[in-house]
Design a protein around this ligand. Structure first.
Ligand code: NAD
Ligand code: DAU
Length: 367
């Protein structure tokens, strides 16, 4: 598959990528998978290491001498223009995973979402624009390509049918609004400055290394400990579930083959209500439904997300992991990696948990 305009794929062999937010859940899967292919690709990860990021997510890379040679980790903020400038100058492409990613936290404290999701994206885009100018002046070979990792949440709740990339954006949480704003900045740079950028809108992602604040890992780890599982509202909200390796693979595919200025949906493999997800997790773990508690709903809770994936299919990408296989692999991973998730549930975790779930669980009812 090639770029329609030039006939060439967008990444040269041995390309150097700047992966921002690469120590988080999806970003680290992208880095691990790309470096494990041993095709000469070099990656610099820039990550602030918020509560959600950990260098331990990249231990497989750092401890393999061949991969470690092609990998560098820089701790820092995408909003720091002085740090970002030279990193973008050294890169053939920038893949931006960095974001505050949890909807519930955006409802509690929105500010950090805007700083990273809007100002941080602007800083990255400015650095890319400067490098494009250098390329135009013959000071570097090509302009860096920019990929913005976005989300299906920018469409807002979808009562029926499937969102297509040309649908209007109607975000309903501070998280989703920040993601929509970041995307629109990317769009404006493509149109105004001719920036070579693409956007992906991924579905609800699950798998190994996901922070236990999110539904699937929270419920797996609470169930292992026989702790209550706080199901919001009637539990009939629907999500379309995408295994993390497929999400990372689709992002790489769009980076290589996506047409500049375009947006690509990355749907999942199964659209199901939360209740059914929880039932499957409990079955896989051999735990009883009585652990599930109905708690006060998330404010502004989106009822359903569902995307049409035909544009990505036409670009040549197909997901590989079914929901059943993905859930089995995820449950196995959390069972075998207790030290990892217990560490993620330390530090500020108890304070967050009390704030988010204390009153909810105290007033919960049978599910
Ligand atoms: P995550 O919270 O696990 O990881 C985010 C990473 O970004 C962390 O390593 C964190 O330290 C880093 N980070 C945060 N702010 C930063 C900053 N200012 N500078 C540098 N690094 C910073 O998130 P995730 O679930 O891996 O999501 C990655 C991206 O994918 C996000 O942009 C998110 O919006 C998007 N997305 C996620 C999903 C999902 O279901 N998880 C679905 C679609 C899209
Ligand atoms: O759709 C893509 C989005 O998926 C990403 O952009 C976000 O970064 C990611 O966090 C995720 O957002 P959701 O809000 O859909 O995921 P979360 O795991 O928080 O919740 C999934 C569903 O489960 C949602 O309907 C809310 C519900 N839920 C969640 C939690 C944490 C509960 O019922 N109880 C809970 O305790």
């Amino acid at each position: 598959m090639t770029d329609h305009a030039t006939g060439a794929p967008h990444l040269r062999p041995g390309a150097h990528l700047l992966v921002t937010g690469g120590a988080g859940f999806i970003g680290s899967a992208f880095v691990r998978d790309m470096l494990a292919r041993r095709d000469g690709t070099r990656i610099t990860v820039l990550d602030k290491l918020t509560y959600a990021g950990s260098e331990s997510n990249l231990a497989a890379v750092a401890t393999d001498p061949e991969q470690a040679d092609r990998y560098r980790f820089v701790r820092g903020d995408i909003g720091d223009a002085e740090l970002v400038g030279p990193l973008v100058a050294a890169a053939d492409a920038v893949v931006n995973f960095a974001a505050e990613s949890h909807v519930d936290r955006s409802i509690l404290d929105p500010e950090a979402f805007l700083r990273t999701g809007v100002i941080g994206v602007h800083v990255l885009l400015e650095a890319v624009r400067r490098e494009a100018g250098r390329a135009a002046a013959g000071e570097r070979e090509t302009a860096p390509r920019y990929l913005q990792v976005s989300t299906d949440e920018v469409y807002g709740t979808v009562p029926d049918g499937h969102s297509v990339e040309t649908d209007g954006l109607a975000p309903r949480s501070p998280y989703a609004a920040a993601k929509a704003a970041g995307e629109l900045l990317v769009r404006s740079y493509c149109i105004t400055y001719g920036t070579d950028a693409v956007v992906t809108r991924g579905a609800n992602t699950y798998g190994p290394f996901q922070h236990p604040e999110k539904l699937i890992p929270l419920f797996i780890t609470n169930a292992i400990d026989d702790e209550p599982l706080p199901l919001y509202g009637d539990g009939m909200q629907r999500r379309d579930w995408l295994f993390v390796a497929d999400h990372a693979g689709a992002i790489e595919h769009v980076l290589r083959h996506g047409v500049a200025g375009e947006v690509y949906n990355i749907p999942g493999e199964l659209e199901v209500p939360n209740r059914e997800v929880v039932g499957r997790l409990l079955d896989a773990l051999g735990k009883p439904w009585s652990l599930v508690r109905t708690v006060e709903d998330r404010p502004g809770h989106d009822r359903r997300y569902a995307m049409d994936g035909s544009k990505l299919t036409a670009l040549g990408w197909r997901n590989r992991i079914s929901f059943d296989d993905g859930i089995a692999a995820t449950v196995d991973w959390f069972r075998s990696n207790e030290a990892w998730w217990r560490s993620a549930k330390s530090g500020d975790w108890d304070a967050y948990y009390a704030r988010q779930y204390g009153t909810r669980l105290a007033t919960s009812t049978e599910a």
